[in-house]
Every structure is written in C-alpha cells, then in structure tokens.
Design a protein. Structure first.
Length: 92
C-alpha cells in the first residue's frame, strides 16, 4: 500500500478529499495514489465536477476542459501531476 503521508500537499489534499467525499472515509484504507479511479467507478461525471471544484477552491488551480481526460483523471498520482503542472504555468 502506498502511504500518502510523505507526499506533497497537492497529492495529500486530493487523496483526503476523495476518501472523505467518495469513499466514506476509506475505512479499509484501499485508496492508494495509483488506484484506478475511473476503472473502480470512484470518479463519475458528478464526482469529477466535485473534485475539480475542490481543486479550484482549495488549491487555486482551474483545470481547463482540455485536461479533463481519462489520462489525467486515471489516479490520484495523475491528477496531482496535472494540477502541479497547471499551477506552475504563468498566469495560473
């Protein structure tokens, strides 16, 4: 199991949000940074919108429609990577 305690703030914020909002706190500790969120049905259209709003409100990063893809939403790791990349862009 991948521990998120040593990860960066972005990964931690996304993981905690998904655990609390979509997995009832993840009592079995099944969510890992590489868990296939789409394949497991964790992210559906409504949950994706809620997650993107959380990323915007809490992390200050707006995810453009061009980055809302299965590749970028595959796992916590891919989402966090996309968010960090977008945050590093000038004017982000």
């Amino acid at each position: 199991m991948t521990d998120v305690t040593g990860t960066d703030e972005v990964t931690r914020a996304i993981t905690e949000f998904i655990r609390e909002r979509f997995l009832d706190g993840d009592p079995k500790g099944e969510l890992e940074v590489d868990t296939p969120l789409l394949a497991w049905g964790v992210l559906n259209s409504l949950n994706t919108v809620l997650l993107l709003n959380h990323i915007h409100d809490e992390l200050g990063v707006k995810v453009p429609p061009s980055r809302i893809s299965a590749r970028d939403l595959k796992s916590v790791r891919t989402i966090a990577s996309a968010v960090r990349e977008l945050a590093a862009r000038p004017g982000a």
